[in-house]
Design a protein around this ligand. Structure first.
Ligand code: FAD
Length: 324
């Protein structure tokens, strides 16, 4: 029985979360002595589907009729369930994105499967699919075991490596049509809040808080982010006060991220903020208060006035880039 990947695309492209889940699915399939197959729902070109072959997928079921032009979680889940049943896959792997989670929950319910959410380690198929996930807002690690035969594994974004496992891939067209009941709400139009780098996929994030004093000072944050090819984020109060858009708010009640580098500027490091960022691989904190709690989990800390430190950092990066 193959391992089935729900290959989530964004505007027809498979991005990092999908490739992490593909690598995870491939590693698991290797362990189980089987193959990784995938289901892709929506309008995705053959060229994009072929890319999945580079990450270990050996067959992809493409569900490309017009019902699936926009993401509808129940319909996408139904298509995934159909492929799981058709291929007798008992393990489905999804990414822990908004859409991935919505699909995973529905697939688990419809297949009567257990769900392992937010895993950060490869499941041990020989031992109840033992896997680890972060708990207590990232302060602990929980060991999970599946107690059912069927399983949906949700791979934490930035929680698993991306590795190329190239090989041939077969594209199988699926004629699956969505049930009208599953198309209860359909998106007519999608207006992007920003054209910048997606926060959940960014390798580097430059984030700022109330220490910025006001929205008019954010130019230097955007400049720094631009120089580093980073996404911008913010603390909750700055979004609540309208200094920054809500989609940038990270933390317990915002987006949870785990970039390679998180630069926190003028943010105190309250536990609710850390809940969304403490899984970052490297954390740099800039704060004028040496007692700011954020320093306790920082890899590098600069105690100083951000209005002096950040412009110096920008100038230094510019001069390094100019010399390169
Ligand atoms: P502050 O706590 O005011 O910190 C500002 C920091 O800037 C200070 O450390 C200060 O020393 C520093 N500073 C000031 N001036 C300068 C300067 N010139 N140079 C350098 N440093 C300077 N918060 C979140 O962020 N995300 C969440 O998801 C979230 N969820 C919450 C959920 C609940 C239920 C509750 C109760 C709270 C939640 N909060 C959340 C709010 C959280 O408790 C904090 O209040 C918030 O994170 C503080 O934001 P801040 O660090 O920007 O501001």
């Amino acid at each position: 029985m193959p391992v089935l990947l729900f290959a989530e695309h964004s505007d027809g492209q498979f991005k990092k979360p999908a490739l992490e889940a593909a690598t995870y699915g491939y590693d698991l399939a290797q362990q189980m002595g089987t193959e990784l197959i995938a289901v892709s729902v929506g309008m995705v070109s053959d060229e994009a589907l072929n890319k999945l072959g580079e990450y270990g997928v050996r067959k992809v079921y493409a569900v490309r009729n017009q019902d699936f032009n926009s993401f509808v979680n129940a319909a996408y889940a139904a298509a995934t369930v159909r492929v799981a049943q058709q291929t007798q896959s008992s393990v489905v792997v999804c990414s822990q994105t908004y859409n991935g989670r919505a699909v995973a929950a529905r697939v688990a319910a419809r297949l009567d499967a257990a769900a392992l959410p937010g895993v950060i380690s490869l499941s041990d198929a020989s031992n109840h699919f033992d896997a680890r996930r972060l708990a207590y807002s990232g302060k602990g690690v929980q060991e999970l075991q599946a107690v059912r035969e069927k399983l949906v594994i949700v791979v934490k974004t930035n929680g698993y490596k991306v590795e190329a496992n190239p090989g041939p891939i077969e594209i199988a067209e699926s004629s699956f049509e969505a049930d009208r009941m599953d198309l209860g709400v359909v998106a007519r139009e999608l207006v992007k809040a920003s054209e910048g780098i997606s926060l959940t996929e960014a390798e580097t994030v430059v984030s700022a808080g109330r220490g910025m004093k006001g929205p008019e000072n954010w130019g230097m944050i955007e400049e720094l982010a631009g120089l580093l090819g980073a996404a911008t984020a913010c603390s909750k109060p700055t979004a609540d006060m309208g200094w920054r858009p809500h989609h940038e708010h990270v933390g317990q009640t915002g987006i949870q991220i785990a970039p390679n580098l998180y630069i926190a500027i003028g943010i105190s490091g309250a536990i609710q903020h850390l809940a969304g960022v403490s899984s970052s691989k490297h954390i740099v904190v800039i704060n004028k208060d040496p007692e700011a709690p954020f320093f306790k989990i920082a890899d590098y800390g600069i105690v100083g006035d951000l209005f002096e430190v950040v412009p110096k950092l920008i100038a230094e990066i510019r001069s390094v880039k100019a010399g390169a």
